[in-house]
Design a protein around this ligand. Structure first.
Ligand SMILES: [Fe+2]
Length: 344
């Protein structure tokens, strides 16, 4: 064998060793997620099984993840940001941390009110913010039918709410600012504070437990928590949830306030195609079914026949048609209003 031929063989060997097939085995997508559910793991595992793309997940609070993406800048390993509220995704968009994904197939799978108008983020599940009350604690008092009712004096000393630091209540107040105007929304928040049975504390599940233990009679919680508690292995949780009635607020006018869990692709993502594939998978029939069945959230797909445990009881539920991204634009105003009226 002459030297030239040997050189050629070595060259071919290296070309094969470095071929794209080798690279494909190493495909990854790095996810920064505020979600902490078993359902997500099932979805990521199935995504890897179908595509061969490995999903690396970093879990932390949304604010922390956003800070991290910001400080990591172009070096950030993050491809995808997942949060449990449109407000945080909207903030990430405003701060220039996301990039638009113009993919008609993905867009078509999501109700337009659950995704960003400019395609910087997409809802993957929806959740309704309900009113819960104990008929026993309310006695003769007429139950609330709207969020506005909660500020009525008939509920003096009866209300329980979680802290205004929580994004769920910030987005609810943002929706009231958009629907009623700033003055009315402020009056509402003030009215709620003056009706409180105890200072704001605890999570959504805790509000239901506090009602069951008689601290208050009425509160505001996301629908999936009620379903999770009703199906819990824990007797106390099941017992507490069975004591409250649900109200889907504002059915006679604009509809119930709904928010999303959602996803966006990070601006400096090094695995943009993989990130896009993951988003497409998150809104696929498979993932939507898992989110509904395992987590009791609702599908963002207007065609989906799978209904969450709670929503299936209200097939004609009327939903507030504001785009969930608009809550982010009013987030600062909502936080300032809470501060002003002393909603801790
Ligand atoms: Fe939650």
């Amino acid at each position: 064998m002459n030297l030239e031929k040997l050189f050629y063989i070595i060259l071919v060997f290296f070309m094969v060793a470095c071929s794209p097939e080798k690279k494909e085995e190493e495909k990854v997508v790095n996810v920064y997620s505020h979600r902490h559910y078993e359902a997500d793991k099932i979805i990521f595992d199935e995504f890897t099984r179908q595509t061969g793309i490995k999903v690396n997940v970093v879990k932390a609070g949304a604010d922390e993840l956003i800070m991290r993406i910001k400080s990591e800048g172009k070096k950030s390993p993050a491809d995808v940001l997942i949060t449990v509220d449109s407000g945080r995704l909207e903030r990430a968009k405003q701060e220039g941390l996301l990039q638009p994904i113009n993919n008609q197939i993905i867009q078509d799978k999501i109700n337009p009110i659950y995704r960003d108008k400019d395609n910087y983020w997409f809802g993957i599940s929806s959740r309704a913010r309900l009113i819960v009350y104990s008929p026993e604690q309310l006695g003769d008092i007429e139950p609330p039918l709207t969020y506005e009712d909660l500020a009525h004096e008939r509920f003096k000393g009866k209300l329980l709410v979680r802290s205004s630091e929580n994004i769920y209540n910030q987005s609810l107040l943002a929706s009231l600012i958009l629907n009623l105007g700033e003055d009315e929304a402020e009056k509402w928040a003030k009215g709620v504070v003056s009706n409180l049975a105890a200072p704001p504390k605890g999570g959504d599940r805790d509000q239901i437990k506090y009602i069951a233990s008689g601290i208050g009679a009425v509160s505001i919680v996301n629908d999936y928590y009620v379903a999770q508690m009703l199906n819990s292995d824990n007797d106390t949780e099941r017992e507490a949830a069975s004591q409250v009635e649900l109200v889907f607020p504002n059915q006679a006018d604009r509809g119930t306030h709904v928010n999303i869990s959602g996803v966006g692709v990070v601006k400096y993502s090094k695995n943009r195609n993989e990130a896009e594939q993951l988003i497409d998978f998150l809104v696929s029939e498979f993932s939507q079914r898992i989110l509904v069945e395992q987590n009791y959230e609702s599908s963002v797909n207007p065609e989906s026949k799978t209904k969450s445990l709670i929503l299936s009881q209200y097939p004609e539920l009327k939903i507030d048609q504001l785009n969930v991204g608009d809550f982010g634009a009013k987030n600062r105003d909502a936080v300032m209003t809470f501060d002003k009226v002393g909603w801790k």
